[in-house]
Design a protein around this ligand. Structure first.
Ligand SMILES: [Mn+2]
Length: 367
């Protein structure tokens, strides 16, 4: 078992869940709004499991607001296996039938189911299956709830896998693979993973799931223009090293017509600490500037990019913008992007008191 048996209450609660399912006539499964792979895969498989447990039972997955692009293939797999998933933008009053059992999946607070929260008290009983550290359910009466919450796992998918095994339900290979996508998504492809995440994926693979397939399911192909924009961004860019408080910071500048944030992220993944990207905003006779930074407290100690740099541009030329420490942007009322780039460099140079050098390398096959 990839989930540790912390104490007997876990198994007792799973037994309560089984009884609740068997005694219900109508079950509604609700993941958090704008469901991600963890929320959607978990909802889909719990719906499938319920149908296996009690044939003929009415089970519906209702997703508030929408589903991300990365979930498209998961959705296809669920529909193919006869799991009913409906996305609702606005609540239709007849969703909550009398005596519904409602199962909230990957939902940490009642706010996360958006407008459905106003109807949740119509549920006969509410089960929460989740892994988040903080929960906020004060608006729901405690007696009507069964909480299946595990803080020691990385994703709801791990909990669902445990339930599938405890209930001895066999699920198709494709479902094993969407469970992996849930774990991959919530751990950032294992950048943050608990021991149970590794154990569960290992067990799932041993049951016959294909890891490459799982990864492909959540790989979203970007439009070809985005790829070209990134290549142009790298070919055009100029790089600088500034020294601030005895600390070297690498900054890239570039220009693209569209896909600025992809361009900035490309520069960050190349190795820059800060990336500025400008593009011409033809219709407004203005220039868009965006910035991205690597998440490193050392960078923010010396520079507040929005307040120290972009605000000065806005003060000089007019415009407006906003941002946080590591990402933001502005529209500057100058149509010539080169003026904006030159001014950006000047502001930066003043900020670091002239300690700025351009990174220069001969290009291949040149000269
Ligand atoms: Mn999750």
């Amino acid at each position: 078992m990839c989930l540790k048996e912390l104490d007997s209450t876990w198994l007792q609660n799973l037994e309560k869940l089984r009884k609740l399912i068997l005694s219900s006539n109508n079950i509604i499964i609700i993941p958090h709004a704008n469901a991600d792979p963890d929320a959607l895969a978990s909802s889909c498989i719990i719906a499938y499991l319920i149908q296996k447990l009690k044939e003929g039972l009415e089970v519906n997955v209702i997703v508030p607001e929408g589903i991300g692009l990365e979930c498209r293939k998961i959705l296809e797999i669920c529909s193919k296996n006869n799991v009913n998933i409906t996305v609702i933008k606005r609540v239709v009053s007849n969703i909550f039938k009398e005596n519904s059992l409602c199962i909230l999946i990957d939902v940490a607070s009642i706010e996360q189911i958006k407008s459905l929260k106003n109807y949740i008290n119509q549920c006969n009983k509410i089960v929460v299956i989740d892994h988040h550290a903080f929960h906020e359910y004060t608006s729901v009466s405690a007696e009507s709830m069964l909480l299946l919450i595990r803080f020691d796992v990385s994703s709801t998918s791990e909990i669902i896998f445990d339930i599938v095994k405890r209930f001895s339900i066999s699920i198709p290979k494709e479902f094993l693979e969407i469970l992996i996508t849930g774990i991959l998504w919530d751990t950032g492809h294992f950048a943050r993973g608990t021991s149970s995440a590794f154990r569960c994926v290992s067990e799932i693979l041993e049951l016959g799931a294909d890891y490459q397939n799982a990864k492909r399911l959540i790989t979203v192909s970007r439009p070809p223009h985005a790829k070209i924009a990134k290549i142009k961004c790298i070919l055009r860019h100029r790089g600088f090293k500034v020294t601030l408080n005895d600390h070297d910071i690498y900054i890239g500048f570039s220009e693209v017509g569209a896909y600025e944030s992809e361009c900035a992220s490309a520069m960050i993944s190349v190795g820059y600490d800060i990336a500025f990207v400008v593009s011409e905003e033809e219709s407004l006779h203005a220039t868009r500037v965006i910035y991205r930074t690597r998440e490193d407290p050392e960078i923010f100690r010396g520079i507040d990019i929005y307040n120290d740099i972009l605000k000065q541009l806005i003060q000089k030329y007019g415009g407006g913008g906003g941002g946080h420490k590591s990402a933001g942007g502005a529209i500057i009322n100058v149509s010539d992007v080169n003026i904006v780039l030159a001014e950006l460099l000047k502001i930066l140079s003043n900020l670091v008191k002239g300690k700025i050098v351009e990174l220069e390398e001969e290009k291949v096959l040149e000269g």
